[in-house]
Design a protein around this ligand. Sequence first.
Ligand SMILES: *Cc1c(COP(=O)(O)O)cnc(C)c1O
Length: 433
Amino acid sequence: MRFYNINDRKETATFREAVLQGAAGGNGLYFPISLTAKDGAFFDEIDNYSFTDLATEVLYDFVKEDFTRGELQDICGRAFNFSLPLAQVDRYIYVLELFHGPSLAFKDVGARFLAEVLKKIAEKAAQEITVLVATSGDTGSAVAKSFYNVQGIRVVLLYPSGKVSPLQEKTLTTLGGNITAVEVQGTFDDCQKLVKRAFADQESFGGKVLTSANSINVGRLLPQMVYYFWAWRQLENEQRDNMIFSVPSGNYGNLTAGVMAWKMGLPVKRFVAASNINRVVPDYLQTGQYNPRTAVRTHSNAMDVGDPSNFVRIREMFGDDHKRISQLIQGFVVNDEQTAEAIRDLHNKTGYILDPHGAIGYMGCRHHLQEGETGVFLETAHPAKFPDVVEEAIGESIDIPIYLKEIQNKEKQALQMPADYKEFRQWLSGHVV
Ligand SMILES: *Cc1c(COP(=O)(O)O)cnc(C)c1O
C-alpha cells in the first residue's frame, strides 16, 4: 500500500518513507491510497484473535512493501504489551480503557508501535535514527516511555520551560539514557519551530536520519484503528450491529482512526466527536463552517486544540462532503463544570472513576445514545494523571500508580536551550554524530 499527500495526490510514499518523513511535502498529511473492507473470513475469525493477531490482520496491507507478516507480528507483539479492556459502566454504556500502557495514556498505543517500527527500520538499514519531538506534555511522556532503551533510536524532546505541569516535566526529564530532554526558553510554538527548521536543514546533520513522532505520523495513526475492532469484538453478538463510539477529541487522530476502521468494514452506526469548549469540529458538524480559533485552557488540557491537525483526513475520506460527514459523526461539547459533574455522577452511581478526558467521552455517549443501541466511549488517560480535578469532583483522594509515585522522587535532567535555531543546530549536530 502506498500513501499519498492530501495536498498533492501525485506525491506518494511507502509506509517506511511516510513514517520517516512524518509530514508530506508542503506540510501535507499522508493518507493510505485505499482502505479496503475486511472480508467475511476476517470477521468469522475475529473472536479467536489476540490483540497482536488482530493488529497484524488489520495493519499488514498497509506495511507489506516494507515488512513481512512475521516482522509485523513481532512489532505488534512487542508494542502492545499491555491490556485494553472493555468495562461496563451503565446498562448500555461501556468504557474502552486505553490507559494501561507505560505513560498511562492512550498515546502509548501509537507511540509504542512507532518505536518498534523505527527500531526495525534502523536495524535493517544498520543506521541510527534520531527522533525529534516538540511537546507540551502528553505526547512527550508517551514518546519518552515508549522509546526508552529502544536500540538504534535516540530521542530529543523539546518542551517549553515553565509551561508543562511539574508532573509532566518529570515524565520528560527523568529517564536519561537514549532520551534527552531540552528545556527551551520559549513557548510550545518556539519548540515546534526549532524542530521544523531542523527537518528543513537535514544536510547540516551529515546525512543522519532525523524523524518526528508527532500525531500526524502514519506510524502513530494506523495502530489506533485496531482498538476499535477490539472493542467491537468484546461486545455480544446482538450489540455489535447497533453500536456507537464516543471519542474525546483534541487533534482528532483518535477519531480519524475510528472512521478509518469503519471504512474497513467495522459496522459502527455513528461516532460522537466529544469535545471540550474548543469546539471547532462540533461547530463544523453543525454548520459546515470550519473556523479555527485560539485554544483556551480546560480541565481536559490534552484536548485544548484550536485547529486540529488530523481533521482534514476525515474530510478527505468523504471528499469534503459535509452532509455525509455529519451523518456519520455527531458533535457534543462539554464545559469544565459539566466535566466535573460527570466524574462525580458516575462515581456516585457506580464507583467508577473517570479522568477529565474520558468524562467528556462519557457525556457524549450519554447524550447521543438512542434506544436499542450500545455505546462505547474511549477512556484516554488514567484519572490519577489529573488528581486536582478528579479528587475535587469525587471528594476523596485517589490511588496513585507506582510509576507516577516513582518519578516524583527522581531528579530532573534537562539541557537548557534558548529559542534560537543556531544554538540548537550546533548542539544537535554534535549530539547526532
Ligand atoms: C491526546 C489526547 C486526547 C486527544 O486525542 P486526539 O487524537 O488528539 O484527538 C484525548 N485524551 C488524552 C488523555 C490525550 O492525551
